[in-house]
Structure formats: C-alpha cells, structure tokens
Design a protein around this ligand. Structure first.
Ligand SMILES: *Cc1c(COP(=O)(O)O)cnc(C)c1O
Length: 288
C-alpha cells in the first residue's frame, strides 16, 4: 500500500491533516514501521533471530512479532514476571504477539536489569537485538524516509506533531526536517526524562518543541479526558491509540493555532484492551 495516505479531519472547528502511517499493517504500523525500516529491508537469509525486551503490552513488541513472523525469524522477548490475569487475556498486544509465534520469557524482577545488560554478550552474527521500544540509532533511516514523504506533500503545513515515548521518533523526524517545527509531548515520564532519553541519541535540535501537558499524566493510566478526545477523533473519522495520542491532541487544541500535520503513530491494536479497562472502571463507579 502507498505510504502517502493523508486524511483531513475537523476537530473543534479546526482542520488538521493526518499522515496515515497507521494503515500499513494492523500490527506493524505507525512509528514502529518507521523505526524498524532497516530490519524490514533486511533480506530474510541475513538473520535468524531477533531478541528484544520491555513492556508486556508494548506496540514495539507486537510490531517485531509481526516482522519476525513474516521473515520467518525466531523472536525471543523478555519481560518482567507477569500476572495470571494478563496470561489468560484473549485481547491485547501480548495475546496477538504470542499468536504470531513470539517466544515470551519472564525474568524475575530482581534479576531483570542485570539480565538485560548481559543480552549483548556472545551474540552470533545472525542474531540482532532491538532495545526497548526500538530506541535505536538505526531508527534514523526510516524517519528520514518519512521526512522525505512529508516534504513531497502538496499541502501547506505549518507544523508537524507526533507523540513521544522514548522520543526516538520525534527526535529523528525533527533532525531530518530542520525547516519545520515538530511538536511532541512526553507520554512516559516528564519533560526532563524525555529530554534525557533524546539527548542520549543526539543533541535536541531547535525545531523540536516539547509541549508540557496541563496535567501530570501517568503512562497507561485511565483519564476521562483521554477517552473523550479519543471518541471525538473517532467521530471525525480517524481512530487513534489511547496511550499516546490523547495527550498530544489535548495540548495541540489548547496551546497551538497552526495548521498541523499529525503523523499517526499507530498503536490502535492496543485499544481493545484499553477500552475494556475503561468499561470496567465505568461499571465500578456505577456500583459505588
Ligand atoms: C511507540 C509509540 C510511540 C512512542 O514512540 P517513541 O519513538 O518511543 O517516542 C508513540 N505512539 C505510539 C502509538 C506508539 O506505539
């Protein structure tokens, strides 16, 4: 499919352009598709195995599971110990990734850090390690491709927006598009933490603006205003994820007036399990 699909939406009376990076593949899409560009273009005989680690509902995990499934590579994914409830779940990214053949290994919480630090020792030439969330310098290549696509759009764009976890996407996109402002928000930790994560990869360029959310949001917690903006966006024609996108949309609506191109970062596969949590919470509050 073309990587140049755009949608126009009207939100609170303003027009926004959406770069539909969510449409590549249900499991391997959004910024994970961009960040894994190098691996996606690696011939399958060059590797046998991918190793990664991190959160149990991570979008990066699911993207890697899909990639390895398609390439016929073994995929080993390490996490801390998980709950019995999560193991039994029949929705969500873990369930989907296991269905794609991911080999999941739980590491005792007390040993986890040290274990992850030893992963790079004794690697053979056909095994590749992807750091948590795909926060890797090799992501640069895929984001340069995205920047080139944005440059070739026949639209008037005043600024670009995409949300941050590790900040890898926003950083490399801003570096590859120095002529445009790139807005982002920290979704995992605060601004200082995001700046630290980005600076470990490359000095932060001036055209990258980190917007400060009005309220301190904790990653993966439930917020009524998140569900509300999610529903408004859905009604305007595009589904976004419930973890990253809501905070950025709230900031854009409150603080910015420009004509923004929002780069959809994917992650919609996680919505089913998030919506289930919102429904359970609403049911609990009705009982009280
Ligand atoms: C992974 C992810 C992000 C964060 O990307 P970073 O490059 O780590 O900042 C944002 N949005 C969605 C939907 C994601 O899955």
């Amino acid at each position: 499919m073309s990587t140049q699909t755009l949608s126009k939406i009207i939100l609170e009376g303003r027009e926004f352009l959406i770069k539909r990076d969510d449409l590549f593949d249900p499991y391997l899409s959004g910024n994970k598709f961009r960040k894994l560009h190098t691996l996606i273009n690696t011939p399958k005989q060059n590797l046998k195995k991918i190793i990664s680690y991190g959160g149990t509902q991570s979008n990066a995990m699911l993207a890697l599971a899909k990639l390895c499934h398609d390439k016929e590579w073994e995929f080993v994914y390490y996490t801390k110990a998980i709950s019995a409830t999560l193991k039994k779940q029949k929705v969500g990214n873990l369930f989907l990734a296991l269905g794609l053949g991911m080999h999941h290994i739980e590491i005792d919480d007390a040993l986890y850090r040290d274990f992850i630090a030893t992963l790079r020792l004794n690697l053979d030439a056909k095994t590749f390690i992807v750091d948590q969330g795909g926060a890797d310098r090799s992501a640069k290549e895929g984001l340069a491709v995205l920047a080139e696509e944005i440059r070739s759009l026949d639209e008037e764009i005043e600024a670009i927006a995409t949300p941050s976890g590790t900040g890898t996407t926003a950083l490399y996109l801003a570096l590859a598009l120095p002529e445009k402002i790139v807005y982002t928000v920290p979704c995992v930790g605060d601004t200082a933490y995001l700046q630290e994560q980005m600076s470990a990869l490359h000095p932060i360029p001036e055209n990258l603006i980190i917007l400060e959310p009005k309220k301190k949001y904790h990653f993966a917690k439930l917020y009524p205003e998140f569900l509300e903006i999610y529903a408004k966006l859905l009604e305007s024609g595009v589904e976004f994820d419930l973890l990253y996108a809501p905070s950025l949309w709230l900031s854009l609506l409150e603080e910015k007036k420009e004509k923004v191109l929002y780069v959809h970062s994917g992650g919609v596969s996680g919505n089913e399990s998030m919506l289930e949590r919102y429904r359970a919470k609403a049911a609990r509050s009705r009982k009280n």
